[in-house]
Design a protein around this ligand. Sequence first.
Ligand SMILES: C[S@@+](CC[C@H](N)C(=O)[O-])C[C@H]1O[C@@H](n2cnc3c(N)ncnc32)[C@H](O)[C@@H]1O
Length: 221
Amino acid sequence: MDDPECYDKASKYWAEIPATVDGMLGGLSKVSTSDINFSSRCFEQLRSKGFITQSQLVVDVGAGIGRISKHFLSKHFDQVDLLEADEHFLAAAPNYLGPTVLKQIRKTIPLRLQDFHPEPETYDCVWIQWVSSHLRDEDFVEALRRLKASLRAASNGLIFVKENLTQPHQGDEFDSLDASVTRTRERFLELFEQAELTLIRESKQDRFPTELYEVRLFALQ
Ligand SMILES: C[S@@+](CC[C@H](N)C(=O)[O-])C[C@H]1O[C@@H](n2cnc3c(N)ncnc32)[C@H](O)[C@@H]1O
């Protein structure tokens, strides 16, 4: 993962993946509903505690075809930006999202997260799911710093990171197939600290098949 060529390898991997929900989830489209329901519950609980008080704009980072935007983010925000590195997923998004949700897409951003420099004070919420494994530690930390600055203070906005985790005794695990790294919870906490983010809440995904990695949702500010 320290090798910069990993980014090219990941691009080549995703370019061959079908633009479908199964493609987004490594063949596990059956977990999509549990994933969305769990995220929605956590999101609503945080809102009821005074976070994300405004609903103008969210960015879906590593959005793929827009699965999360379609089923969850578009229900809570007036407008959605889709940031996605792979153009064939962005090309498939309008058809997948359908005409109603499509009207809520403010713009698509065909960039890799490590190259994304959002305007400060732009977003009420940032959603980063199943994509941070593709960034090297230092690039992820820098991206988080910029995303922190992109939150609108008036909204008391949050950054959410939802990711697979390895257990402490396993350490970080590199997958040469898609050039990704699955990190431990402890590594994530270190990276959040380096990005000067405060952990507001973390929640462990339930109702997933037991053979999968543990998945956690971190809410940060
Ligand atoms: C496992 S899929 C998840 C898609 C979406 N977040 C979801 O949960 O349905 C990972 C997505 O991240 C994108 N991706 C990979 N590396 C990326 C990077 N460096 N920056 C932005 N997107 C990236 C892939 O093209 C793919 O669409």
